[in-house]
Design a protein around this ligand. Structure first.
Ligand code: GDP
Ligand code: MN
Length: 397
């Protein structure tokens, strides 16, 4: 689950990570109040107005602006709240901005002593360790740095059993070219950042930029935080941070009925049991010349109710031209799944507008094929994987 910058910063701050201070505002009046409060608390005269949407590159799209007085705070908040922010990471339509973060200004114009770094914490699946990736080249596109100057990106692997060790934090501060107080501040920053990552059950932190201020403080100016979905049951306070407006509407509905669904760009809907078979099915669709419209794992119980729910979710995607059902009947018997498909199809009535290919393999597969073939519905059955692929190809032609 992805979070907004302001929510990510709240989590960081709760673990003692220094952040650029800010207050959320939903309209220009609130923004001015927020700015006044920040001035009272931090002494800042200038403020930054930052669009809160789930997308990076907001600065490039005009979603991060500096306000030099309260009048500018009001003007910029009016301008940014309600806009459709288009950034290199959004679609062409952009994302609607519902709220802004009003922050203290922590940069000093023309100051060569400030420095922007890049830092992320994530899991290295290949080694089974966490890793901190960091670079002196912060503030800009890290993808570009990786492309043009890969030697400026460092990686430190952290053994989850020991956590981050003192020498590792010092190595990071050293590689970032720091000394004196800034060096000490950075070791504290990475140590608390790593602790925050582990204890919040996050799957990814990306802090770009991490700022060294001219008075040698190290702080998070931006925060991209993803919490591991599988941990949300024990992180209620984070689960409540979910902003459904930022998420894919079909995926939200699928989650409500308990289906594992990921929306994709293609034209063939898939209904499969088991994630491995679902991935193999997507490969099969590609080999048949189609593109999967979704990933969908219906799980162990493919009865009529569940199949119908899955049909309705798949058909919300208007690009779907055919549906391939690929179920392995191990625990669940194929004939029961087949009956479920037939019943669900009948219940759907006119809502079912696309051809369906069903491949059922496993216990009672022959019986299942009979049920499909004798149903009188526009559902084609297949026994072999290849046969299913050929039938998909035929209906797409
Ligand atoms: P992103 O564009 O979505 O990654 O948003 P960021 O939070 O990283 O902000 C974009 C840029 O705004 C940063 O790289 C900074 O250069 C600039 N910025 C952020 N905070 C301040 C600030 O307090 N003062 C000034 N002058 N610039 C800031
Ligand atoms: Mn950023």
């Amino acid at each position: 689950m992805n979070l907004h910058e302001y929510q990510g910063k709240e989590i960081l701050a709760s673990f003692g990570v220094r952040i650029q201070r800010g207050i959320v505002a939903h309209n220009a009046k609130e923004a001015v109040e927020a700015a006044k409060q920040l001035t009272a608390e931090t002494g800042t005269g200038w403020h930054v107005i930052k669009a809160q949407v789930h997308a990076g590159g907001r600065g490039k799209g005009g979603g991060v602006k500096l306000a030099k007085n309260l009048k500018e705070v009001e003007e910029l908040a009016n301008q940014i709240i309600g806009m459709n922010l288009v950034t290199p990471q959004t679609s062409a339509e952009g994302k609607k901005v519902h709220q802004v973060l009003v922050t203290e200004d922590v940069y000093y114009p023309g100051d060569s002593e400030t420095n922007e770094f890049y830092m992320s914490v994530l899991l290295n699946r290949a080694t089974g360790k966490n890793m901190i990736m960091y670079s002196t080249e912060g503030g800009m596109d890290i993808e570009e740095v990786a492309e043009n100057t890969p030697h400026l990106i460092f990686t430190e692997e952290i053994d989850p059993a020991t956590g981050i060790l003192g020498f590792q934090a010092r190595k990071i501060a050293f590689n970032l070219g720091l000394s004196g107080n800034a060096f000490k501040e950075m070791t504290k920053f990475v140590t608390s950042l790593y602790k925050a990552y582990v204890e919040s059950d996050s799957s990814m932190f990306e802090i770009n930029p991490v700022l060294k201020t001219s008075d040698d403080k190290i702080m998070a100016v931006d925060a991209k935080v993803s919490i591991d979905d599988n941990a949300l049951y024990r992180r209620k306070e984070y689960a409540d941070m979910r902003d459904l407006r930022e998420e894919n509407a079909i995926e939200v509905e699928a989650r409500e009925v308990g289906l594992n669904y990921v929306d994709l760009d293609g034209n063939v809907g898939c209904m499969v049991n088991g994630a491995g078979l679902a991935m193999a099915t997507m490969d099969l669709i590609k080999m048949a010349g189609g593109e999967p419209a979704n990933f969908l794992d219906v799980g162990g119980t493919a009865d009529a109710k569940r199949v119908e729910e899955a049909f309705r979710i798949i058909l919300k995607d208007k690009n779907v031209k055919a549906i391939l059902i690929n179920i392995f009947g191990g625990i669940v018997r194929c004939d029961r799944v087949a009956q479920g498909v037939v019943d669900a199809y009948r219940n759907m009535g006119d809502a079912m507008q696309v051809p369906i290919i069903v491949r059922l393999q496993g216990t009672n597969a022959e019986l299942a094929k009979e049920i499909i073939d004798n149903s009188g519905l526009a559902v084609q059955s297949a026994v072999l994987f290849q046969e299913a692929a050929d039938k998909v190809k035929a209906v797409l032609a």
